[in-house]
Design a protein around this ligand. Structure first.
Ligand code: CMP
Length: 140
């Protein structure tokens, strides 16, 4: 498996509780390199566009409101098999189902305030990375 990149977001519940460093430490211990990172406050338009794939879902409006409710940290993570490995360490979307040792088991408060987002496929990772970062902002 070759080195791959994935898009990560530390969500408003994580920045609110000052967990950026604690989550980054878990990522680095798990073998990820943070090759791009910035703290941003999403507009309604940005949050809506990022999650457009969920537009028809009943939780879309609340998801967009939540993601613009405070700052987020967007990151590009790099390691072998990054998409799948990040999903492993994030844990299940609903923290009630998250395995021991995962970020969501340790930090998430609910299915909405679930601390982190990660791309769900290599194709989506490429799209999501481009959404937030230009090539020159990613330094491997
Ligand atoms: P994320 O991995 O960022 O992708 C979409 C998000 O929608 C998901 O994490 C959850 O935080 C959020 N969400 C809110 N309600 C639900 C729900 N009922 N089912 C799935 N995802 C939900």
């Amino acid at each position: 498996m070759t080195v791959q990149r994935t898009l990560s977001i530390l969500k408003p519940d994580a920045t609110e509780r000052n967990l950026t460093g604690a989550i980054n430490a878990m990522l680095e211990e798990a073998g990820f390199r943070i090759v791009a990172q910035k703290r941003v406050h999403l507009s309604e338009k940005q949050a809506g566009a990022f999650y457009a794939v969920h537009k028809e879902r009943p939780f879309y409006g609340e998801l967009v409101s939540y993601m613009m409710s405070g700052p987020v940290v967007v990151q590009v993570l790099e390691r072998e098999d990054a998409v799948a490995k990040y999903r492993d360490i994030m844990g299940a979307t609903n923290p009630a189902n998250a395995a021991e040792g995962t970020i969501r088991k340790r930090f998430a408060e609910s299915i909405e305030r679930n601390s982190v987002h990660g791309s769900d496929s290599a194709d989506n990772a490429a799209t999501e990375i481009k959404f937030f970062f230009s090539d020159c902002e990613i330094v491997g």
